[in-house]
Design a protein around this ligand. Structure first.
Ligand SMILES: Nc1ncnc2c1ncn2[C@@H]1O[C@H](COP(=O)(O)OP(=O)(O)OP(=O)(O)O)[C@@H](O)[C@H]1O
Length: 332
């Protein structure tokens, strides 16, 4: 039996506690072991709040695409459950998927057709789409992704960024509650990345929940309200991006012509993680309860000439390093 046949045969109920209100995607113990034995996703408990831009972050091979394929009912989990828009997947795929716009592994476009005609083709393939309003839907979708002016050009002449936007336009032909985008900026130049990020922010502003996978930490920081971090098929952490970054302490940096004295004074005040680099001495940010002004005063009292003094906010990357004890290796 194929995966799809198994999915169709599965009943629309399951041995789990069901969805949660305000949660657009909920998985419990979601696990996928491929036939070759590879454990791609291992006991994933994911909760994506309605209205969030949710970044699904992890190095290549960490299980992001496999998870997305299970969420969309394209492959069956080995065990565990997934609810999307409150319904179990893959059992409820037929009712759920029309409300979900998805862009995975690049859009399937006909290069010899214009951008507009590609959208007409997508719309015609949708049995629920009224042919009488097709033109308006297509023009509206082109407009939303900023391709109205280029709509009459053949898709093969489009840049990679334009092709991605055309794929998004196809996903937006119908109103969607949820957009699922697998590495939407992969392979794009900085301008193309900016276009996609702007579009994602706009869509989120209109109330669409966006679930996007990425291996780029700064991308997640720039566009996402929430994030989950995957490594080797397991979920390391999830939550609001601000809370994830806050989990890491940030760094206190002192710029001074007297770095050796500064390092000594900071060490005497219990600083950890001391690093001296030329005229900059940095340490882990002091624990809560330590008054930064006191640290600065101690430096000055000891004769250290302080040129600059400040705490740099922790980034998501700091949080990731703190969590895993290793850098974020995109090569996986
Ligand atoms: N069809 C398959 N059969 C066997 N193993 C697979 C299959 N698809 C993926 N894998 C393996 O499962 C693991 C997770 O892959 P997956 O593609 O889900 O990761 P990813 O985080 O999306 O990475 P990428 O960004 O490279 O797609 C990898 O070790 C991969 O080699």
């Amino acid at each position: 039996m194929t995966d799809t046949a198994a999915a169709a045969a599965a009943p629309d109920t399951g041995p789990d506690t069901g969805p949660e209100p305000g949660t657009v995607i909920r998985t419990r113990g979601l696990t996928k072991r491929y036939r070759g034995g590879q454990l791609a996703v291992d006991g994933l408990d994911l909760a994506v709040p309605a209205g969030s831009v949710f970044g699904f972050l992890g190095p290549n091979g960490s299980g992001k695409t496999t998870t997305i394929r299970m969420l969309l009912g394209l492959i069956d989990p080995t065990s565990g459950t997934a609810h999307v828009l409150g319904r179990p997947m893959p059992a409820a795929a037929r009712t759920v998927l029309p409300q979900v716009g998805a862009l995975i592994e690049g859009p399937a476009l006909y290069g010899f057709l214009t951008g507009r005609d590609n959208l007409v083709r997508f719309d015609s393939a949708d049995p629920t789409a009224d042919p009488r309003t097709r033109r308006a839907r297509v023009e509206d979708a082109l407009d939303r992704v900023g391709l109205a002016a280029a709509a009459g050009r053949k898709a093969k002449a489009y840049s990679l960024g334009m092709k991605q936007r055309l794929g998004l336009a196809a996903a937006l032909l119908q109103p969607r509650s949820l957009l699922v985008l697998d590495e939407p900026t992969n392979g794009l130049d900085p301008q193309g990345m900016r276009e996609i990020r702007t579009l994602v922010r706009e869509l989120a502003g209109e109330g669409t929940t966006v679930f996007l996978s990425s291996h780029l930490l700064d991308e997640i920081e720039q566009v996402c309200t929430h994030a989950a971090v995957m490594a080797r098929g397991r979920l390391l952490v999830q939550g609001p991006v601000s809370a994830l970054s806050a989990g890491a302490r940030g760094r206190l940096t002192v710029t001074t012509p007297d770095p050796a004295d500064a390092a000594r004074v900071l060490a005497e005040h219990g600083a950890t993680g001391l690093v001296t680099d030329g005229d900059r001495v940095s340490t882990d940010a002091p624990q809560a309860g330590v008054e930064l002004g006191d640290v600065n005063a101690a430096l000055v009292r000891a004769g250290v000439r302080v040129r600059a003094f400040g705490v740099e906010r922790a980034s998501l990357e700091d949080a990731f390093v703190a969590l895993t004890g290793e850098g974020f290796d995109v090569a996986g």
